[in-house]
Write a protein that binds this ligand. Structure first.
Ligand code: SF4
Length: 278
């Protein structure tokens, strides 16, 4: 079996950085507790758990002597401060792309401008960003919600890092048409998701079967699967090498592999090794 990896796959920059920061703390023998699951991958969470990393859901659960980790999504300034007061050390693994959105929101709020963030208001990244401009920021899902906004003057429009570009630009246009003064639009979408989808699409026409490694409940992994299926009907979403059914591959010689932004390299290597052995 010949295995072809997509040009872009697996951990994005922000997730890789967060895992490395946790590993640095572990190598210093710190007691590491992350606020919320560090990463949406069951197997990687188990591996980190085996090294002593535990997850808390509220800052109040952190104790002196412990290291608190802020994950890539970021948190509000209040939560960050609470962690700093309680923990012996705070490791801020907020992805720099998310930090940029937080800073833009904070700056516009200081100039007394409205900040419209296009994204999911329940997503932890959005809750964190809103915390940087609590009186000025509104998080809306798409252009249909523009009519629910107050009267806007010189607003700043930014995006959740993982939304679709079309949703962002359509919403920005709708805001421009109702806002007074100058609407500043800054595209803060991160390309990690799109890059993985583009690379999978490029490979899908060249292989006879395709494996997407990722969580069953991960919407990013499901989207990757759909992209693969457009050109390669025999595409499967698997979590580990144990999910490969050799009978799906009988008579085939070329198989593609990709993985979502939360899938660790060690897991991808295992899948590739199993496929190559078939
Ligand atoms: S998807 Fe993009 S913004 Fe989110 S953690 Fe990864 S690199 Fe950062």
């Amino acid at each position: 079996m010949k295995v072809f990896l997509a040009d872009e796959y697996g951990f994005c920059f922000g997730v890789e950085r967060a895992v490395e920061m946790v590993e640095d703390s572990l190598s210093n023998n710190e007691t590491v507790r992350t606020l919320g699951p560090l990463i949406h991958n069951e197997q990687e969470m188990e591996r980190l758990g085996g090294s002593g990393v535990t997850t808390i859901s509220e800052p109040v659960q952190i104790k002196r002597g412990e290291t608190a980790v802020i994950r890539a999504h970021g948190v509000t300034p209040q939560v960050q401060q609470e962690l700093q007061e309680k923990a012996s050390k705070v490791v801020d693994a907020t992805c720099p792309f998310v930090t940029r959105v937080q800073r833009l929101a904070s700056r516009a709020a200081n100039e007394d401008r409205h900040v419209i963030v296009v994204g999911n208001p329940d997503h932890p990244e959005m809750i964190g960003v809103k915390g940087y401009a609590p009186e000025h920021a509104f998080v809306i899902k798409d252009e249909s919600e523009v009519k629910s906004l107050p009267k806007l003057k010189n607003p700043l429009v930014v995006s959740q890092t993982t939304i679709k570009a079309k949703t962002f630009f359509d919403t920005a246009e709708a805001i421009k048409s109702v806002a007074e003064g100058e609407t500043q639009v800054i595209n803060t979408i991160c390309s990690a998701t799109r890059d993985r989808q583009d690379a999978a699409r490029a490979l899908a026409g060249e292989v006879e079967a395709f494996y997407v490694i990722g969580g069953n409940h991960s919407s990013n992994s499901r989207k990757l699967l759909n992209v693969c299926k457009e050109q390669c009907e025999r595409s499967f979403l698997i979590q580990t090498e144990d999910d490969i059914d050799p009978s799906d591959l009988s008579g085939l010689q070329r198989v593609g592999v990709t993985a979502g932004a939360s899938t660790p390299k060690w897991l991808i290597d295992r899948v590739v090794a199993r496929l190559e052995a078939l």
